[in-house]
Design a protein around this ligand. Structure first.
Ligand code: FES
Length: 56
């Protein structure tokens, strides 16, 4: 199963068969785009959690 998990106030996680493969920045402040660098915490990024099931 492939899922995209938008973490509350954090990155987009790409999960394959229950294992997180990538953490992608959605706050726009990462120093290592397209990946999350943790900068979302320092800038106070706020966004709701969401889970999208892409494929089984
Ligand atoms: S979401 Fe983590 S640095 Fe942007």
């Amino acid at each position: 199963m492939i899922r995209i998990i938008a973490r509350e106030n954090g990155p987009l996680l790409v999960e394959v068969d229950g294992q997180v493969q990538y953490a992608l920045c959605r706050c726009g402040h990462s120093e290592k785009k397209p990946f999350c660098s943790g900068a979302h915490k320092a800038v106070g990024f706020k966004a709701p959690e969401a889970i999208i099931e892409v494929a089984k």
